[in-house]
Write a protein that binds this ligand. Structure first.
Ligand code: NAG
Ligand code: NAG
Ligand code: NAG
Ligand code: NAG
Ligand code: NAG
Length: 473
């Protein structure tokens, strides 16, 4: 009779870093007796302190790997920039030559013309090649974001379970990588779209994959209601400031400010304001603009603002606005503030229209409504909405990981249309989605996670920096 044969390996904590994964799958023999050569499965429970070590090593290795890939991408971007400049110069030269030929056609023969034509074809081919190379970077960035997202989850999980100080070292490393990626992407995006603040486009055509920064500053996924982002019209010296406000219910009692993205991630706030009693808010589609918080209050039911420069509160009632219509999946979201290249907006639904959304432009000086536009989109069928260049974009839930921008209303032309721009979420529900005109990003508070997106627009006019050919075709 063959007895149970279990091999226990005594693993030093160093050895355990890389081998826990293997070890847990390594059944040796199952010795249930009877001479059978059954296998014995041994579950190895290592001292818990070694677990985060292994996770940390994985995260650290990933960070190094991403860092290398980024260096490579950065090198490529520099190359693209050099090439673009050279091509742009060549195009200018060719244009001058063509103009000369047009003015004095008799001074040139067919051979001269053919030479110019061949050169144009050559530049065209080079540009096509460059476009393909740039497009391939986008795929690389998407995969890097996916890797970083997995790291965020690991770090958040570890921080909740294990020694925070140990995790902090890795988190700093990961922030460095994340900032490198953002810098790389910023330069990549500038090649495509150098015109932040410009409205020379006919709308959004694509939304990037979600960029997951991390779990909220409460380190608690129960804080599902809230928002985060940047001031859309920052006061001097606060251009790099981030804000966060989260809650376990659809309300707002407090807000935290961070001097930079790094401090947001490290949760080093430099200011923490509790809203005065009687001035707390009842929804989560608030924004920060001109160092002022714009949000919804219940008594009187309407709009409120708190200017952090003066610490003064103000409120306004919009008589027609109803408190019966909210967004899908998030209660009490009756007023949704938004800011874009053209100013400050708020949207709401009315009884008169049985729940259809109304867009209102807010005068930032008087805090009054300047103008209103009636849309034909039913608010409870919308998961959230935001404004870009005076155009309202409404999103709806497709499934737990997908969202669709399905409707837009242009306040300049009073034209509405149905569109379909799909994008992914990190978690199912979100309580705040807003565009920020200072960086052309979308900010989402996604079941407690800080998530953001890059946007691509359909450019209608030639950009001033990048050569026009990159923006057409
Ligand atoms: C070990 O033996 C038991 C009983 O025969 C069986 O249920 C189990 O699946 C076996 N495990 C492995 C890993 O073979
Ligand atoms: C906030 O207060 C400052 C100082 O009085 C003022 O300059 C600014 O316009 C105010 N901002 C808003 C949005 O009320
Ligand atoms: C999203 O919100 C709805 C409504 O509150 C809820 O029924 C659903 O379970 C939420 N989804 C998740 C994954 O929490
Ligand atoms: C905004 O309000 C201020 C102060 O009431 C007023 O002077 C200004 O004309 C208003 N702007 C617009 C565009 O209505
Ligand atoms: C971009 O705009 C052009 C011209 O207005 C239009 O023909 C084209 O369909 C648009 N592209 C997308 C993806 O919407």
């Amino acid at each position: 009779m063959i007895g149970t044969l279990c091999i226990f390996m005594l693993l030093s904590s160093t050895a355990a870093w890389g081998s826990v994964g293997l070890w847990s799958q390594r059944g040796v023999r199952n010795g249930t007796g009877g001479g059978s050569r059954d296998r014995c499965t041994c579950d190895a429970f290592l001292p818990s302190s070694t677990f985060p070590n292994r996770d940390l090593v994985v995260v650290e290795e990933t960070a190094v790997e991403i860092s290398h890939q980024l260096e490579h991408e950065m090198g490529k971007l520099e190359d693209y920039e050099t090439k673009l400049t050279a091509y742009a110069e060549r195009i200018i030269q060719l244009t001058v030559e063509i103009e000369k030929i047009e003015k004095n056609p008799h001074d040139y023969n067919d051979a001269d013309m053919d030479e110019v034509k061949v050169e144009i074809k050559q530049v065209e081919a080079l540009v096509k090649e460059l476009q393909l190379s740039i497009a391939s970077s986008t795929t690389v960035f998407e995969s890097l974001h996916e890797q970083i997202t997995a790291m965020v989850e690991t770090l958040d999980r570890m921080e909740k379970t294990y020694d925070k100080n140990m995790v902090l070292v890795t988190r700093r490393e990961y922030i460095k990588v994340q900032m490198e990626l953002e810098e790389c992407e910023r330069r990549h995006q500038e090649l495509f779209n150098p015109n932040i603040g410009s409205c020379a486009h006919s709308g959004i055509i694509r939304v990037s994959k979600p960029i997951v920064s991390q779990l909220n500053a409460h380190l608690n996924s129960g804080y599902k209601f809230g928002g985060w982002g940047k001031d859309s019209k920052p006061v001097p010296d606060r251009e790099s400031m981030y804000w966060y406000s989260g809650s376990t219910s659809s309300s707002i009692f407090e807000i935290k400010f961070y001097t930079s993205y790094k401090n947001l991630i490290l949760r080093n706030q430099f200011q923490h304001h509790n809203l005065q009693s009687g001035w707390s808010g009842t929804a989560n589609n608030f924004i920060v603009r001109d160092n002022t918080l714009y949000y919804q209050i219940n008594s009187p039911f309407g709009l409120a603002k708190l200017n952090f420069t003066t610490l003064e509160y103000e409120s306004r009632v919009i008589a027609k606005a109803s408190n019966r219509f909210s967004y899908t999946n998030t209660p009490n979201q009756n007023f949704d503030f938004a800011a874009d290249e053209t100013g400050l907006w708020v949207t709401y639904a009315t009884e008169e229209s049985s729940g259809l959304m109304v867009i209102a432009k807010i005068n930032e000086t008087s805090f009054g409504v300047e103008e209103e536009w009636q849309t034909s989109v039913y608010k409870p069928g919308v998961s959230n909405a935001f404004m870009v260049c005076g155009v309202l974009y409404a999103a709806r839930r497709v499934d737990f990981e997908t969202e669709e921008i399905f409707y837009k209303y242009d306040t300049r032309t009073k034209q509405e249309s149905h569109i379909s721009v799909l994008f992914k979420k990190f978690q199912d529900n979100f309580s705040n989605l807003d565009f920020n005109p200072t960086d052309q990003r979308l900010y989402m508070y996604n079941d407690g996670y800080y998530v953001s997106y890059h946007l691509w627009f359909n450019h209608t006019t030639k950009a001033t920096v990048a050569p026009p050919f990159l923006l057409t075709s």
